[in-house]
Design a protein around this ligand. Structure first.
Ligand SMILES: C[S@@+](CC[C@H](N)C(=O)[O-])C[C@H]1O[C@@H](n2cnc3c(N)ncnc32)[C@H](O)[C@@H]1O
Length: 286
């Protein structure tokens, strides 16, 4: 792969999905996209780039390119301290705030293969605060195969590296083809393909009380991060919460959110009332 070919492909991926790849990723591109170019019988990366950009099948191929370039790493009960904060501090607040509508909507934005979605659903069920409520946990991801895996809800041992035997016994069933999420959990989990750069598409998620967007924005450049955060802000109800991954923050990205100090974590909250004359989220430090 020539450096110029790498730059063209990298910029295209960044433009379409927000992902940022440094110069040291050239060999990753060469290996992973080289396989795609060969599969299509294309002669080299310049031809592959043209195919992605100009061919009628370009959009479909871009999906496959993104499949091989994205990091899908995830597992049940990831970042437990944050999940404890969600269960012990945020869920009781939400149970009180939403008591009249008896409705709770939680979104896992960039959910990979669905482990985060089912984890959140388990925490909601285990809290015992929402019995008889209209509860929806929505999982969305850029990659179609991840969305399909989430819908299927069948997992391998590596997904359970921090799952307690009790949770495993309560919410999963062992079958010959893998460990299945039980039906009573699946019932209120929904999956869809959403590119977080596409604000229109993100509207299909509806309004949500909480967004988990963890370990997604670390792979983005700053401009794309801002775009995504604006979209998440738009999808949250006033007073709704945003939870990022442990190495992520809104520093240099947005000042539109309030910072909420919980016992074990810092989370972001969309203000209940917008400051006068401020209809759009502010950017900068937070
Ligand atoms: C490392 S996984 C994080 C999964 C889960 N949130 C967690 O913390 O375990 C990152 C996910 O972000 C998704 N992703 C990357 N770019 C995206 C975009 N533009 N829109 C939606 N999802 C995206 C990837 O497909 C991948 O599944």
């Amino acid at each position: 792969m020539m450096p110029e070919e790498f730059r063209l492909l990298r910029d295209l991926i960044n433009e379409r999905a927000g992902l940022h790849f440094g110069d040291d990723s050239m060999f990753v591109f060469e290996r992973r996209l080289g396989d795609r170019a060969s599969a299509l019988g294309l002669d080299g990366f310049a031809a592959y780039y043209k195919h992605l950009r100009f061919s009628p099948q370009g959009a479909e191929e871009l999906e496959l390119a993104l499949e091989v370039l994205t990091t899908k790493e995830t597992y049940f009960f990831r970042q437990e301290y944050q999940l404890r904060s969600f269960q012990q501090e945020l869920l009781p607040r939400l149970a009180e705030a939403n008591a009249s509508q008896r409705r709770l909507n939680v979104w896992s934005a960039g959910c990979s293969t669905g482990e985060e979605v089912y984890t959140l659903a388990i925490l909601i069920l285990e809290s015992g605060l929402f019995e008889g409520w209209d509860v929806h946990v929505i999982g969305s991801d850029l990659c179609r195969s991840n969305v399909a895996a989430g819908r299927r809800g069948v997992y391998r041992p590596s997904s359970f590296r921090t799952t307690t035997p009790l949770m495993r016994q309560r919410y999963f069933e062992e079958r010959s083809d893998g460990t299945h999420v039980v039906e009573r959990l699946k019932r209120f989990c929904h999956f869809g393909q959403v590119n977080l750069l596409d604000a229109e598409r993100a509207r299909t998620v509806g309004r949500v009380d909480v967004v988990f967007c963890r370990n997604v924005l670390i792979y983005f450049d700053e401009r794309s991060r801002r775009k995504v955060i604006d979209t998440l802000y738009d999808r949250l109800v006033p007073g709704g919460y945003l939870l990022l991954g442990h190495s992520e923050s809104l520093l240099h990205v947005s000042t539109a959110f309030e910072l909420v100090h919980l016992k074990e974590d810092l989370v972001y909250r969309k203000p209940v009332s917008q400051p006068r004359g401020n209809s759009a989220p502010q950017r900068g430090r937070s």
